[in-house]
Structure formats: structure tokens, C-alpha cells
Ligand binder design. Sequence first.
Ligand code: GLU
Length: 608
Amino acid sequence: MSVRRRAMTWSGLCLATTLVMSSTPLVYAAEANRPQPPKVPTAVGTGGAVTTVDNYATEVGLSVLRDGGNAVDAAVATAAALGVTEPYSAGIGGGGYFMYYEAKTKTVHTLDGRETAPRAIRPDAFIDPKTGKPYQFTPHLVTSGVSVGVPGTPATWEDAVRRWGTKKLGQVLEPAAKLAHDGFVVDETFRSQTLDNKDRFAAFPDTAALFLPKGDAPAVGTVFTNPDLAATYRLMGAKGVAEGFYAGPVADGIVKTVNAPKKTPGTTLPVPPGSMTAQDLKGYRTVAGRALQSGYRGYTVHGMNGSSAGGTTVGEALRILEKVDLTSLPADKAQHQYLAASALAFADRAKYTGDPAFVKVPTDRLLSTDFATQRACLIAADKALVTPVKPGDVTATKDCHTTAPAEKPDTENISTTNLTVADKWGNIVEYTLSIEQTGGSGMVVPGRGFLLNNELTDFTTVYDAKDPNRIEPGKRPRSSMSPTIITRDGTPFLALGSPGGSTIITTVLQTIVNRLDLGMTTPQALAAPRASLRNTAEVTAEPEYITSKGPGITAMGYKVKKAGDAFTSASQIGAATAIEFDQAGGMTAAAEPVRRGGGSAGVLTPRS
Ligand code: GLU
């Protein structure tokens, strides 16, 4: 890897705009003085659309669509580009959930590409054998071989393209390989995310060599290249992922890194080793399925199934909200309903959801209007729901619990990335992918240019044999990722998703409510200040939400605190993307105007 000074000029930027407006795909020149793709949060038009948190990735997706690729080809190309420019959020060292609306059959397909626990993992994997006590969660457990799950993203890409794409894997990976090779201009988000991880990255010589050249985070405005990642993408494209990733030298490197992490001499991080084998990698498979379906005010909500709790939790909360007419309520009372519904759904998420290959999840019941009636009865019209609230009883017919259980810590973090793509044939992809914490485990596979995930920390950290999300060999940890597609009378209306750990669920929910109930357009719904109540004692909220809605909901009894965590100074929730579809084939692609430095939306044929 190398970092070069950028000599970016305004005329360079104008050139970029010209290139993007023309039908010629943008070419990434190797020299520093070169255009950057534009960064606009909203794009309206026809012919296809891409929206992500990153302008280079959006441009890669658009170039594949221009080139005749369909939404699946473009989504995989876009995800691979995000692996280059957002390497701390997602990449081939992690996993995710791919949702595909196939226009021809009006079917919403899913691929569960979540990481799996190694076969040799033990129930006490999160206990330090030296002390007999749980590892300190962060940075110790996060920055370890123990937390690394078998990556699912390479298999997801290959399976998606093979099942539904029109191009070969190598073709769709090539623009991202070129981007990795030629580099991208470092922005404030990339630099600050690197700095947030500086101590962890410095603990591993291979990570430091890639992301801390000369001991520091790359400066804003320099060009960051990752030729190792370019070579890995090309290897996967040439050989297929079974040989190019899940076996052979890349797999060997993963196993060695997980089981015997190479540490920088003198580092004080303990970095406990994991127990991944070549067999674990070889045996990795995605799970193909159909999206969950539930209803909301006449719309059909297609949610993520499987090891993600996203579909059931968003769906249940909407079912609860359906019991009231939000449009007729004053703003504060509507917020109260949203917060309370989400807290109730989170209580049920904790009790009932886990990898369905290992535990029985009462999905139909959680998404039923009957169960929603039982849960909604706990919400008073003008008084806060006292949280944490008990989970509902899925076997009961009447159920209005009021006593509170012990609060479990919420250990999910705010990394991950999301993309939404649509093509001219009406196909849509909603895809959320992650390496869990920003920077994942902190461990780069030597010579391969990518970070390994720490996704296994999404298992409940204190083992409890009754917990559906307990550690088990081969199991996928419970996720909150919530790619969602909403249809009306069988026709796509809105596709959306977000990163943000467990706040993914509330961001998707809040955006839907903003759009469908509170009179906002999709770009407004996405940009609006966010708040999240995940059945903890306090609502976490963005500063703008605290200013505008804080007094009203506090008066009802909610306790509100500023969003944010120990790892980042940002007090933002999520970084969503969405596309809304109109009846005439028009698309409104929306990205974040501000969060994570602002996202990038584009359409093939802009509407003037
Ligand atoms: N690991 C989280 C999940 O699967 C996502 C992490 C994040 O968004 O920061 O729900």
C-alpha cells in the first residue's frame, strides 16, 4: 500500500462532473491529479439507480449498470468497491444479508451471508482461561482471533451473481480491483475512522503496514491504494471463491491469522487466538431463501429472515404501530408510539431470535396482528413505556406484562455499510454488509489487503444455555441487519437499509414511519434526526432530535441521552440508503446528506 499526495484541482472536480453526466464510465487514473466522482445525496430519474455512503462505490455501481449489467451485477460491484473505500465497515473478511427483488417473478429472494462460528468453538470461548472471567469486551475480545467468524461475503457475491446476475464474478469485481489498485482520495471519515482504531491497528504489523503508513493515519487528500486487495479480488474472479478464497493461500492466511495472530512486539493487547480450521472455510455456505413478509397499512414489508433479527423486529414494531393512527397524533405522541413499539419488539427479539438452523424462532407469531395487539396494550396514550420491558409470551392469548427484567448490555457497534441498487428492468437489490465493529477484529490477512471481522461478538457474550443467541459451533450470531423492500399491490414502493449495530432496526423503522406516516419524502425521512429505544432504560438520540423532540418525550417520562459510544466522537445513528419508486418507472435515490461525511446517490438518466 502506498499513500500519495493529492493534487486535486477544482477543474479536476468539474471534469469529474462532466464525465459522470456523459454516458462514458468514469476512468480512475493512477495519477494523483484526477477527478473524484460527485457526491450528491439525492438523485431523481430513470433507467437505474445506486445509492451508498461513498461516491466511488456509487460510481462503480452506476458504471456496471451503464455497461448493461443488472441490479445484482451492480450491487456486487458496488459492495466490492465499498470493500476498498470503506474497508473498516465491510469487505471480504466479513458477512452480510443480500435481498433481491426479481421483477420478472415479483419475488423477493434472500441470501444469508452471515459469518459462522468455527466448528471447534466452545461455550466458554469468551472466558479468559487465565482468569476464569469474561474477556474485557473491548478492545480485548473484539481484537482477537476468538471473535472472528468464517467470512460469508465472498460466497454471497459469487452466489448472487451466479443465481441472478448477467456477468461473471471476475467482471463485476474488476472495477473495484482497479479502484483498489489505483487508489481513492482519503476523506475526513476514512482518516478519523483510522485514528479511532490507531492503537488496535498498531498492534498488528500487517494492519499497521496497510492502514498506518509511517505510523499515522493517511492524511485527508492523499491517495490511498491497496494493491493486495486488488490482487485478492482478481484471484477470486479468476479462480472462483472456492479456490480463490475458501481454499488455497488466502484461506491459509486467514487460518494462520485467526489462530496465531501476528502481534507487534511490545503491544499490550492480549489478542487471544481463535480456533478456525481450513475445513471451516471450505464448508462455508450461504443460505438462500425468501424474504419474510408482513403488512403495514396496506403495504407489504419484505424483511430479512434467517440469522438476522432485522425482519422480525422491524415487522413486529410496524404491526404494533399499525394499531394507532400516527397521522392524527401530535408530533410528540407519534414519537412516543414509535419508541414504545420498538422497545417492545426489542424485548421479543432478545427472547426469541437466533439462528433458525439452531433454534426455533416463532416468526409467524411475532409478525402476527394478534401478537401485536397483546403487545400494543402496554402502550399508554400519553405516558412513556417504562423500559426495559418484559418480552411477550408468544404462547399466550392475553398478555400485558409490566414488570421489568434485568437489562442486558447491548454490545453491538456502529460499523457496517448498506447499499441500494435498482436497474431498468425493475430489479432491486438491498444489501447490508459488515465486519461488525469499525475496523473489525483489527487484523489484516498478510498480503491480502483486507480486515477480518469480529462478528462473533454478536453472540450473547455471557453464555446461557437458554439464550437463543448462545454460542454454538457452526452457528451464525444474531444480527440486526435489516435490508427491507416495501411493495404496494405487488409493485415496489421503497427499498432501504442502514448500518448501525442494533440501531439498524430503529433507523429502518423510523425511516419507514417518517415516510409512510409522518408526511416526509424519502430524502427527508432519511435525513431526519434519529432516536432509538432498544428496550434499555434510556432513549439514545442525535443532538438535533434532543433539541427538537427531547422536551416533548421527556415530559411523557422518557429519559434521553446523546447517541455515541466509546469508539467514536460522532453522535450519529446509522448511515442509511433508500430508493423510492413511482408508478411511471421513476426512482428517487437517497443517501445521507451529512452522516458519515455524506453519502452518494446517482441515477442513470437524471430527470431534469
Ligand atoms: N454486527 C452487527 C449486526 O449484525 C452490525 C454491526 C454494525 O452495524 O455496526 O447486527
